[in-house]
Design a protein around this ligand. Structure first.
Ligand SMILES: C[S@@+](CC[C@H](N)C(=O)[O-])C[C@H]1O[C@@H](n2cnc3c(N)ncnc32)[C@H](O)[C@@H]1O
Length: 369
């Protein structure tokens, strides 16, 4: 399993490098209709956005297929010194710049470490044909899966045009809003979403839609972090800044955005309500920080703690910038709080951890099919 060089990650990756709105050469800033594959897929390209139209109707960029893209999909907006997608810009709380993409790479490797190198836990056949990755992001998972299942067609969908352009022929990307779309006309044997459900307003509705887009016998798998801090030895108290951050984020995102960042344990019930059978989950403990003993036995958890330390450290600044007005915090207060969290994350005396849930459920095989 390829691991990131964590030694090189001693500081927060620069978000400023791609923060200049006049810099138009970013790989993720231009989209065009795919030169291969389905006409309804759009791949980021470096050259001009010839496919943009002034028509901002959703049908221009949905999985239903069409040939043009609205300008809003191709641009980015800038706030708090970070870059965000403009398509449905109020939908997603995190930036899409290089710094966030680096964080996404980190969490991708963290998940592979947690799941012992496995991308998929559901019992799908080796000859699986159609795979969907909801909220694909930079598509690291989708691209790995395309290699693992060369006979399958992988569709990745996201709000942000940040997918690479040089991809295998069995991968297609779509820019769309999962909360609104019908996930196109295709039907899938396996639908996957990682770190998505705790960022959307109505995961139950999305889960119902996945059910309708699965072939009988197909599986959906949801890999999700529960943003709740746990501790078994009393070393995390209410004044632990990272605990305060988690509680503040849960409250503000719920009250101001209608998003439940602690939805992970509830996803199984939503899957059952949607009609899935054989719904089950596995829970993985992920320490936050390097507090786990550095011995052979706990090596995996030590490594997960290191990944998680950076993943949390890098997500706190944009989340706090976004939520500070909801908390009534000034810029200076926000900055001080972010600094306190940063120091706490690097202090191994707080033995905090979170759980990652991997839920899976099957759409019952149709005996008449
Ligand atoms: C935390 S990232 C996870 C990316 C990827 N699944 C992974 O595990 O590396 C969440 C992704 O979901 C996308 N996303 C969030 N809400 C969405 C929506 N309503 N429709 C489509 N994509 C969405 C974001 O743009 C972002 O790329």
């Amino acid at each position: 399993m390829p691991l990131l060089d964590l030694d090189s990650l001693t500081s927060y990756p620069s978000a400023r490098s791609d923060c200049d709105p006049s810099a138009a050469s970013d790989n993720g800033q231009r989209l065009s209709v795919a030169s291969h594959g389905s006409t309804s897929s759009y791949f980021p390209e470096d050259d001009s956005c010839a496919n943009c139209t002034d028509d901002d109707s959703r049908s221009t960029n949905s999985l239903h297929g069409s040939f043009s893209l609205p300008p809003s999909v191709c641009q980015h907006s800038y706030r708090f010194g970070r870059r965000y997608q403009t398509y449905r810009d109020d939908r997603y709380v995190l930036p899409n710049d290089e710094a966030e993409q680096a964080r996404e790479a980190l969490t991708h490797h963290m998940m592979l470490e947690a799941l012992d190198g496995r991308h998929i836990l559901a019992p799908i056949p080796d000859d699986v044909k159609m795979i969907m990755d909801l909220g694909t992001g930079t598509a690291l998972w989708a691209l790995d899966v395309a290699d693992l299942y060369p006979g399958a067609e992988i569709h990745g969908v996201d709000l942000s045009p940040i997918q690479p352009s040089d991809v295998p022929a069995n991968v297609k990307f779509f820019i769309d809003d999962i909360e609104d779309m019908c996930i196109g006309d295709a039907v899938y044997n396996y639908i996957h979403a990682r770190f998505l459900c705790s960022f959307i307003q109505d995961p139950a509705a999305v889960i119902r839609r996945t059910f309708s887009k699965l072939k009988p016998g197909g599986w959906t798998e949801l890999q999700e972090l529960d943003h709740t801090i746990h501790c078994d030895d009393g070393s995390v108290t209410d004044d632990y800044p990272v605990q305060q951050y988690c509680k503040m984020t849960a409250k503000v995102t719920r009250e101001l955005r209608g998003i439940d960042v602690q939805v992970a344990p509830k996803l199984g019930t939503m899957m059952e309500d949607a009609g899935y059978t054989d719904v089950r989950s596995t829970k993985y403990k992920v320490p936050i920080g390097e507090w786990v003993r550095d011995n052979g036995k706990d090596k995996k958890y030590r490594s997960l703690g290191e990944y998680m330390k950076y993943a949390v450290d890098w997500v706190i600044p944009p989340m706090c910038a976004l939520n500070a007005p909801g908390m009534g915090w000034s810029e200076e207060e926000t900055h001080e709080f972010v600094q306190k969290c940063h120091e706490a994350l690097h202090d191994p005396s707080h033995h905090s951890y979170m759980y990652v849930y991997v839920w899976m459920g099957q759409k019952q095989d149709d005996p008449l099919a």
